[in-house]
Design a binder for this molecule. Structure first.
Ligand SMILES: [Ca+2]
Ligand SMILES: [Ca+2]
Ligand SMILES: [Ca+2]
Ligand SMILES: [Ca+2]
Length: 224
């Protein structure tokens, strides 16, 4: 090294597009080099601070820092981006495509959390059904609805009709697609109706003392 002779002298650093003041420094086994007095750091200012021929390029000092865009919902999360010589807080997350979901966030960035219509505060609702899938919307079985709570998620399913035991009522209570399918049970009689009957041997009804009777279908069980 040439200490005391060539190191520490004021010099001019010539870069691709500009010059900077520097000071000489010795490199072991080589010629002295001119090092800049201040770091050549690209700033967001519309200039080529690091003299490489590019303006505000790459990792601009201070860029990519977290910031608040001021936009509602998930669009409020942003990062500093250098645009035309000045930092701008750009959203990191864009509005979720299509739909608000029940997650406690304002996914579509309209200012309302878990709302059903863009720009309206009404909460999300959806159809629900907790019975076997094959019985859904079959027979008497119908969906219910459940509402979204921003803090607890989907609420209870209300209004749904689930399968029950099949009874004689001209309805498909167990929701298997078959109305009043009760093997061994005659469901053809209307509850409360009655019909003639005679359990004796054929040919003996209305002979001698033998007479027929009446059979009623009870209102309570709707079976006879
Ligand atoms: Ca540059
Ligand atoms: Ca929303
Ligand atoms: Ca949401
Ligand atoms: Ca039935």
């Amino acid at each position: 090294m040439d200490e005391g002779t060539e190191a520490g002298l004021v010099c001019t650093l010539r870069l691709p597009t500009c010059e900077r003041s520097g000071v000489t420094a010795c490199v072991p086994g080589g010629r002295p080099v001119c090092e800049p007095l201040v770091p050549l750091t690209e700033l967001c200012n519309g200039g080529d601070d690091d003299c490489d021929g590019l303006t505000d390029e790459g990792d601009v000092d201070g860029g990519d820092a977290a910031c608040d865009t001021g936009l509602p919902g998930r669009c409020g999360v942003g990062r500093l981006v250098c645009i035309e010589g000045a930092f701008s807080c750009e959203p990191t997350l864009l509005p979720a495509s299509g739909a608000e979901i029940c997650n406690g966030e304002d996914d579509d960035c309209d200012g309302y959390t878990d709302n059903i219509t863009f720009g309206d505060a009404g909460s999300l609702t959806r159809a629900c059904y907790q019975g076997p899938a094959a019985t859904r919307e079959v027979g008497v079985c119908v969906d219910g609805t459940q509402a979204c709570d921003a803090s607890t998620g989907w609420g209870p399913c209300s209004g749904q009709v689930l399968p029950t035991i099949e009874i004689c009522d001209q309805a498909d209570n167990d929701c298997d697609g078959q109305v009043d399918d009760l093997p061994g049970t005659d469901c053809t009689v209307t509850p409360g109706a009655s019909r003639d009957c005679y359990p004796g041997p054929a040919g003996t009804q209305e002979v001698g003392l033998c007479v027929g009777g009446t059979q009623s279908c009870p209102l309570s069980s709707a079976t006879i």
